[in-house]
Design a protein around this ligand. Structure first.
Ligand code: UDP
Ligand code: MG
Length: 317
């Protein structure tokens, strides 16, 4: 299957990016021009910047660029709403403006734009989601790399579908953009959401560059909070931890109750110790079990309040 050249929007979240934005706007305009010249996208394709409530000159720079370049479009949040909301807003706005597909990428262009034509080729071949995956993390600090691997291992253990070394650099086709309305939850973690959707997907590989200017908006602790948000918004498994611990404690409590009874019969204990230890152990494990029971119902509420669709139809004949 080969699709016609799509109307593309490059969706770029920006938060206080005045230092890097002039270079980014020029680079992305060139990328777009090149894709148009090669017939990979329609002539009216554009870049959509989402100013996530910046306090610096970001919006002024976007206004200036828009005045001379109609391919530069932008929306501005009234206040900072976070990277995930900015990408979401960009996708929904572009969809409402009639695009066939979007490619989301960070304003610092750490994600190599050289693979955009490859993404578009995959789209032309019928893929609805194309993930940009880093094949090399050598530009990250050791700490960031190790914690990222730990996070992917944990998510795998929790059975949450996640593409290792993929952040938010991805192409999303119209069919998937339409499906996003069916996910009205507030707490979004896009890199966990997309792989759970299904659809026809593929990957392109690239090397991530260093940030050319400005500072990372994700220092270590914000990264840890983001990972925690990812775990808790994608999986109810942590709620079930108490069931696991409750079972372990119950077994240990039973075993230790026998030991303490044996010691009591041997006359090795001071009066009151045996009854006390048995009551403490059994009560502790019963409490953990009750917590697990509550957790199970909270997990059901968690999945109900998201109001996610039971299924998504991809094709109909
Ligand atoms: N960003 C945003 N809102 C925020 C934080 C970041 O829109 O609250 C944007 C930021 O401008 C950049 C992208 O998200 O385009 C990724 O941020 P950054 O490059 O600082 O993250 P890192 O690459 O260091 O993980
Ligand atoms: Mg970055």
């Amino acid at each position: 299957m080969s699709r016609p050249a799509p109307l593309l929007a490059l969706v770029v979240p920006c938060y206080n990016e005045e230092e890097i934005l002039p270079g980014t706007m020029t680079a992305l305009a060139d990328v777009l021009k090149d894709c148009k010249a090669r017939g990979l996208v329609r002539e009216d394709s554009f870049v959509l910047y989402v100013d996530d409530g910046s306090a610096d000159a970001t919006w002024r720079l976007l206004e200036q660029r828009h005045a001379v370049d109609p391919c530069c479009r932008a929306i501005r949040f009234a206040a900072n709403a976070g990277h995930q909301n900015a990408v979401w807003a960009g996708m929904i706005t572009a969809r409402d403006w009639g695009v066939d597909c979007i490619i989301s990428l960070d304003a610092d262009l750490q994600d190599d734009t050289a693979v955009i034509p490859d993404m578009l080729t995959e789209y032309a071949d019928g893929r609805d989601i194309v993930y940009g995956v880093r094949c090399d993390r050598s530009t990250d600090t050791r700490l960031k790399r190790d914690t990222a691997h730990l996070f992917y291992a944990l998510m795998g253990w929790l059975k949450t579908p996640l593409i290792p070394d993929h952040a938010d650099y991805r192409l999303v086709g119209r069919a998937v953009l339409e499906a996003l309305d069916a996910f009205p939850e507030r707490d979004i973690f896009l890199r966990g959401l997309f792989p759970s959707l299904g659809f026809s997907t593929s990957r392109v590989y690239y090397t991530r560059r260093e940030r050319a200017a400005g500072k990372s908006k994700y220092p270590f602790w914000k990264m840890v909070c983001f990972a925690w948000k990812g775990i808790t918004s994608c999986s109810p498994a942590p709620l079930r931890l108490s069931a696991f611990m409750g079972s372990l404690c119950m077994l240990a409590a039973l075993a230790y109750s026998f030991v303490s009874l044996f010691k009591y019969l041997e006359g090795e204990t001071i009066p009151g110790w045996t009854s006390l230890i048995i009551v403490v152990l059994l009560l502790g494990s019963v409490q953990l079990f009750c917590l697990a029971l509550l957790g199970e119902y909270v997990a059901k509420i968690f999945s109900e309040v998201k109001r996610r669709p039971r299924y998504l139809v991809e094709k109909t004949l």
